[in-house]
Design a protein around this ligand. Sequence first.
Ligand code: BGC
Length: 498
Amino acid sequence: MWVHTFFFVILLVVVSGARRDVASSDTVYTFPDEFKLGAATASYQIEGAWDENGKGPNIWDTLTHEHPDYVVDGATGDIADDSYHLYKEDVKILKELGAQVYRFSISWARVLPEGHDNIVNQDGIDYYNNLINELLANGIEPMVTMYHWDLPQALQDLGGWPNLVLAKYSENYARVLFKNFGDRVKLWLTFNEPLTFMDGYASEIGMAPSINTPGIGDYLAAHTVIHAHARIYHLYDQEFRAEQGGKVGISLNINWCEPATNSAEDRASCENYQQFNLGLYAHPIFTEEGDYPAVLKDRVSRNSADEGYTDSRLPQFTAEEVEYIRGTHDFLGINFYTALLGKSGVEGYEPSRYRDSGVILTQDAAWPISASSWLKVVPWGFRKELNWIKNEYNNPPVFITENGFSDYGGLNDTGRVHYYTEHLKEMLKAIHEDGVNVIGYTAWSLMDNFEWLRGYSEKFGIYAVDFEDPARPRIPKESAKVLAEIMNTRKIPERFRD
Ligand code: BGC
């Protein structure tokens, strides 16, 4: 008898152990209850209607019209996905996808045609009100980026982001947005990827406004943007938060930097990379001590002196400014796409931010490619980056505001399906196994759109758009179907598990 009992007990232990394994392995493929899933776009890339109903010109209208040679096939965003007229179609596909949240951006020049708040274009306000109301009527939460690279031309005419006066103008613009939309919008991003749009002041043939002042104009632009972000955050605190109760963050982009070898020098160079690229913006805002990272201040001021400048090319914050800026966040938006290999050394134009940073960047030829030269598929880098952020910034709430893959088109987008499922799995491991506080994820992008200097040649959409067809039909790709399954079940489907 005791033999039977013994085996019965053993069986129970084995079965319950196995159950526990199933439960825990299921958890790591499951999104936490509060986690928000959705998709993202940006105004210039989708809206079109570039000069309709009172919209003013912006720096991307100017670049695409005056320098068609800078953009693949001379493409423009004049019509793009025509979302200005077809926003109900966008909401329809978001609903079909099962998105809980839609991240879109507001075109500053559609709302304030001259950039200033003395002239408010009512048609622009109506457009975004209609979009927001349509989203809410369909149970989708709006997440608004205030600035996704389309500066009103009138403000560029004053020098654009290197001119510190834009910090004040940004605050005035933000006030218009909070006043008009803040009753319904509870998730705000002040800026999208300042690290990328500061490059518009670092190269002659590049992102708008294509001004060639590397190592100077780009740092000035960054400095203004940090001031602007802090002003907007304080504005929300002082005039809107009590009544509206929303959250204000910023979207920063960062690649994982994997040391090329395990040498102390290569590891240090990747740390430089993180500080020069993420720390440049995140250190002043997200650390206890605030201000630019020490390594950034030291290296730029040393290089500036060697190059014969009296002052560092990197502007300085006063002690009061450091205080004013630090802590101006409710969450951190992260755009993650790819990884780099970092080696100790110096390369790049003199002067330039890349040269200042003291790292030589390459990519591993073995990493799978996409249609974009810079985008290699390195999902494990995502988990490592999330852990770096957790450790560096005291585990703030992180919202993944972009993550996505490019190809040249086609509905059977297996490369994109692989990209999303692998990145989502790494993110879930970071959440469940490493304790990183990730609270949401919006895929880039809801649909194919104007991919900046690459025009319509590189496709990031989970919905295909035919840019030859005036009706711009939105057709789900395989990735949209897989993401819909994920959003509806809130799990990684079994067939994609390890
Ligand atoms: C930007 C998007 C862009 C995407 C793919 C991000 O840098 O925020 O506007 O389309 O990456 O290049």
